[in-house]
Design a protein around this ligand. Sequence first.
Ligand SMILES: Cc1cc2nc3c(=O)[nH]c(=O)nc-3n(C[C@H](O)[C@H](O)[C@H](O)COP(=O)(O)OP(=O)(O)OC[C@H]3O[C@@H](n4cnc5c(N)ncnc54)[C@H](O)[C@@H]3O)c2cc1C
Length: 306
Amino acid sequence: MTPVGAALEAVEARLRAVVGDVRRDEPLARHVQFRIGGPADLFVVPRTLAELEAACGVLAAAGVRPVVLGQGSNVLVGDRGIRGVVVKVGKGCDRVAIDGTAVIAEAGAGLPALALQTARRGLAGLEFGAGIPGSVGGAVVMNAGAHGHAMDEVTEWVEVLTPSGLRRLTREALGFAYRTSLLQEEPWVVARAGLRLRVEPAAQVQARLEAWLAQRGVTQPLGPPSSGCVFRNPPGDHAGRLIDAVGGKGLAVGGARVSELHANYILNTGTATAAEVLALADLVRARVRERAGIALEMEVKLLGEF
Ligand SMILES: Cc1cc2nc3c(=O)[nH]c(=O)nc-3n(C[C@H](O)[C@H](O)[C@H](O)COP(=O)(O)OP(=O)(O)OC[C@H]3O[C@@H](n4cnc5c(N)ncnc54)[C@H](O)[C@@H]3O)c2cc1C
């Protein structure tokens, strides 16, 4: 249910009783890396895992399914924003505990910081994540990856808040595949993840991490706001290569432009609207379909009203 009017006010009052930071009509452009998107009716920022759990309990009791945001690095929010409730899982829900090769990270922990921290300790397995600007929760949901590695290789279990309470799911139950997991289909909020890394000399792990970061620095446009790769790679090929091959680099609609450096990135050059990004993505997709015969699928998640 998407609450409006008095129902929204009732949910707001119950959320305020359990979470310190609840905002009305919060502009989502502030919370996503594309820097685009209209307001959320209610924006809830739990400052601890206990607050997150309590908020999920209130929403489940009211029959409201929230939209969950991590670092907002893989989403495009519509210009008219999101009706109902958005829950931001970030600061406060970001504690990390390391015991030997076992890492327990709250969902709001930043993936790059965790990759750096574990590499420094001589724990290998997360180096690929140093350049992925998401949260641990978002990375598990997306099965984020790079350099031939992804979250499924290191994730042992995930704890999710379901409408009927906390559940722990083992790796096998998470249905990981290329840039996806079963978590994308469920109304669950990732609370914590248990990762298993490997012992390796710290210098070696750090060298690999730095080499991969350097490689990203020259192959990907890391300055202007974006949501990373827009399209999933089709089997056996790269969306960026296909878009480049059909002359997609530099195509623009309004303030949205296909990167000249990496054709699978759409950049917000400053004034882009979600409608412009979507129109540009449609243009690119149509070109690739007409000229290369391949139907590209979006990797970026579209949220809210466009
Ligand atoms: C410059 C740049 C480079 C990038 N490079 C890569 C890359 O190399 N490889 C790659 O895989 N990705 C890359 N990405 C995309 C993105 O960083 C990853 O997909 C990341 O894992 C998303 O995490 P997030 O916290 O930002 O999730 P968000 O963008 O906030 O959310 C993504 C999805 O996960 C859901 N979600 C988020 N947190 C939770 C939670 N706690 N519980 C339940 N659902 C949740 C959201 O509802 C949404 O559907 C890049 C993005 C940018 C901007």
